[in-house]
Design a binder for this molecule. Structure first.
Ligand code: SER
Length: 312
């Protein structure tokens, strides 16, 4: 019987991953944890990922078998405090990997990101293996994290699995502090204000994915046969790529009065250092990755669900 711990569970990805894991394993088999208290969760524990003692206590006391380690500071907010970002993102991961090394947990999931890309990464069809010299501290912490995962797998046999997520688009929980966040904000502002001021230029193409694809892919990877996994760094994963102009044009087709303006800020340089499209051949081959949502599906689903959420 699996007992799962999700760190950073209140975040954009965490909140929906917890729900999906609870469908699969049962509510009391999946502990959600985060640094901030939450009211409406029957199986929640407060946990600062830097508190190694508390982390170990939780794992031992609750006989945790798997950890989905999502707690992290993202690309844009990470730049305000590089040292803290490095500490949270890297030392948090090492504490989890050590639990695997010590035989306390059987499986670990570590989210990596397109932020491992840097100015010298090929922009089109970014291969699995290429130059990853990121320019943000978030990217540095994630590419280093990937290497530690691979090291712990090779040296100690830790079963750690990882995905390089593109920007995730969802309507239940807002993302915080990321460069791809515009692709969620645009829907809130379209519905609430009829207009959106975008912090990226209109032709900035980035890889993105709808949350349901991200969750399905994650669970698929974690369920995959060990023998099938040829990578223990992190899998490239792709779904769609688009620009602010392309997504806003589709929103306009559904909302006549919607308008967009552009006021690029420091996040433009971050976006410019990431690639535009990704080759995710390894994920397709190793564990049959196959996303379902294209950009039109995403726009339709987001507008439908956010309209209900915001307007009732
Ligand atoms: N969505 C993330 C960010 O923009 C990328 O991993 O920081």
């Amino acid at each position: 019987m699996e007992k799962v711990l999700v760190t950073g569970a209140s975040g954009q990805l965490g909140s929906e991953l917890v729900a999906a894991l609870r469908e699969k394993y049962g509510v009391m088999q999946v502990i959600s944890s985060d640094i901030k208290e939450t009211n409406d969760d029957p199986n929640f524990l407060m946990l600062d990922i830097l508190n190694k003692t508390r982390l170990r206590e939780i794992v031992v006391e609750h006989k945790v078998t798997q950890v989905y380690h999502l707690a992290a500071i993202l690309s844009a907010s990470g730049e305000w405090d590089p040292k803290k970002t490095w500490n949270v993102n890297l030392n948090g991961l090492l504490s989890i990997l050590n639990l695997g090394r010590d035989g306390l947990i059987n499986k670990i999931f570590f989210p990596s990101t397109i932020a491992v890309h840097g100015p010298h990464t090929p922009k089109q069809d970014t291969p699995q293996f290429t130059d990853f010299t990121p320019s943000t501290v978030y990217g540095i912490s994630k590419v280093t994290g990937e290497l530690w995962c691979n090291y712990y797998h090779q040296r100690y046999g830790v079963d750690v699995r990882s995905i390089r997520y593109p920007g995730i688009i969802s309507w239940k929980t807002k993302p915080h502090g990321g460069t791809t966040d515009y692709a969620v904000e645009i829907f809130y502002d379209a519905i609430e204000k009829g207009t959106y001021e975008c912090f990226l230029k209109e032709d900035t193409m980035l890889p993105m994915m709808y949350i349901d694809d991200a969750i399905n892919g994650t669970i698929q990877l974690m369920d995959a046969d060990k023998e099938k996994l040829s990578l223990r760094t992190s899998y490239n994963l792709a779904a769609v790529s688009f620009t602010p102009k392309q997504i806003s044009d589709l929103i306009k087709q559904k909302m006549d009065n919607f308008s967009i303006s552009y006021k690029p800020d420091f996040r433009q340089a971050i976006a410019d250092s990431w690639s535009q499209t990704i080759d995710d051949n390894y994920a397709r081959k190793d564990w049959n990755w196959n996303p379902k949502y294209d950009l039109e599906d995403i726009v339709e689903t987001m507008l439908k669900n956010l309209n209900i959420k915001l307007n009732g």
